[in-house]
Write a protein that binds this ligand. Structure first.
Ligand SMILES: *Cc1c(COP(=O)(O)O)cnc(C)c1O
Length: 457
């Protein structure tokens, strides 16, 4: 088995595509903390969530015990357009680095939305349609999630209303037009369309918006519009469940060639791609069947894991969402405007937060100029133009491979290449022109937001 020659790209056949998502919570001894009602501080019940989320998705959200959820045929049909996605053996990068390490990456950018987000968007749109809803609302920051959801909604004939963080709306007109091509309506946030938007604009007239603020608007719009629900592209348990397709395929591909990873690396914004990639491997670790190192990579300018606190916090600025226990910087935290690399959310998936707190996973933060240096190095040898978000994982994969060069260890490194960077050329331009700098918040700055965390006992 070991000696079988590994091809550059490991393509799986359609028939090898997983037929069920894997729910890592089923194997966690310490379950992630439940969502709390922001008024009563009691765990949210399905009935309370029903005005906001689709019924079937609520079931998935609250289920800590069922290990496998069958992927409905209609969703698998859509997946067939761009899945199984390739697992690539980065031989050109290995050679360039002169490392004895073996490097593999799972590439999720080979669909029009350009990222892994489509894996969950299509699932969420499907359950909304099946429930007989008219449409869904959401927020988008950099625009990948909004794009993915627009594609998914047009496939199932659902209305899609996107609140796009105002600075992205202005800086990324092409993303906006892709969404409109797929039939979505796109509103810059904060807007005058919602009460919470009006309130935020009154308090901060010049604001260019934030993810937390756009979430508040999207939720308000959903609960006040007949036949609408709200959907979210990361952080939630259901999203990690859908994204487990990434890890399941990766494992099937590696098993085919008898390859066992030592280190698995992913970038972490809200945690959905990383959670999805590591889930099946983490399951093995939790059941005592195998051991792996897992590394979450986050920006030094938005360091939820490495400098945040593990506490209940609001998921949004307007404080209309349930409280989630997570590693957080505080719901008012907004990364410095010169941070170009995405991954800007103030909190982190409850599942990953619990795994990290239990010492089952590591986290590192990296500076954005180092990230773009890695992105460029990668693009020049492996051909793919990586998204800045994905390049956080590339950075640490290269660093680990270079450590192997020093020690002579032949470790196997797997990382998630979540998407392509065609819409991020303004950031690349800044980097090339030497105009990109590294902003790292001080302890005093972070403390200001920490002090505002809700007090829950
Ligand atoms: C949204 C996004 C991320 C970060 O989100 P997670 O939920 O942490 O996975 C990473 N890479 C790309 C390309 C994205 O679009």
């Amino acid at each position: 088995m070991k000696n079988k020659e590994i091809p550059y790209k490991i393509y799986l056949e359609e028939k090898d595509m997983p037929t069920a998502w894997y729910n890592v919570r089923a194997d966690m001894k310490n379950k992630p903390a439940p969502l709390l009602n922001p008024g009563t501080h009691q765990p949210m019940k399905a009935e309370e969530l029903a005005g906001v989320f689709c019924d079937e998705l609520i079931k998935q959200e609250l289920d800590n015990d069922t290990a496998y959820f069958e992927i409905p045929e209609e969703i698998r049909n859509f997946y067939r357009m761009y899945r199984p996605s390739p697992l690539i053996h980065a031989t050109f990068l290995e050679k360039k680095l002169g490392t004895p390490a073996k490097i593999f990456y799972k590439f999720e950018g080979n669909n029009t939305s350009g990222s892994h987000k489509l894996n969950s968007a299509i699932a969420q749109a499907y359950y909304a349609k099946k429930q007989g809803l008219r449409g869904v609302t959401t927020e988008t920051g950099a625009g990948q999630w909004g794009t993915a959801l627009s594609m998914a909604c047009s496939y199932f004939g659902l209305d899609c209303k996107v609140f796009m963080v105002k600075c992205s709306y202005e800086q990324k007109p092409f993303r906006r037009e892709v969404m409109r091509t797929y039939g979505a309506s796109v509103t810059p946030s904060p807007s005058m369309e919602t009460e919470v938007g009006k309130r935020i604009l009154a308090a901060h007239p010049g604001t260019t918006g934030s993810l937390g603020c756009a979430i508040s608007e999207a939720v308000e719009k959903a609960v006040t519009t007949e036949g609408y629900r709200y959907v979210l592209g990361s952080v939630l348990n259901q999203v990690l469940l859908h994204q487990s397709i990434i890890g399941l395929e990766t494992k099937i591909a590696l098993d085919k060639y008898g390859v066992k990873p030592d280190i698995i690396i992913g970038c972490a914004g809200g945690g959905s791609n990383l959670g999805g990639l590591i889930s099946p491997f983490m399951g093995e670790k939790l059941r005592g069947e195998a051991d792996y190192r897992f590394i979450a990579v986050e920006p030094a300018s938005c360091p939820s894991f490495t400098r945040g606190v593990y506490a209940y916090d609001f998921c949004d600025t307007g404080m209309v969402c349930p409280l989630a226990k997570m590693y957080t910087l505080g719901s008012d935290f907004i990364p410095s405007p010169n941070h170009a690399g995405g991954l800007r959310y103030h909190g982190m998936s409850s599942i990953l937060s619990q795994l990290y707190d239990d010492g089952l996973m590591e986290a590192v933060s990296v500076k954005q100029t180092d990230v773009f240096r890695a992105a460029e190095q990668f693009a020049r040898v492996e051909g793919i133009l990586p998204a800045p978000e994905s390049s956080h994982a590339i950075r640490v994969a290269i660093d680990e491979a270079l450590k192997c060069k020093e020690t002579g260890e032949e470790k196997t490194i797997v990382f998630g290449l979540t998407g392509t960077g065609y819409f991020d050329m303004v950031a690349y331009e800044k980097f090339h022109d030497g105009k990109m700098d590294d902003y790292i918040p001080t302890d005093e700055e972070l403390q200001v937001y920490r002090d505002k965390l809700p007090k829950i006992d």
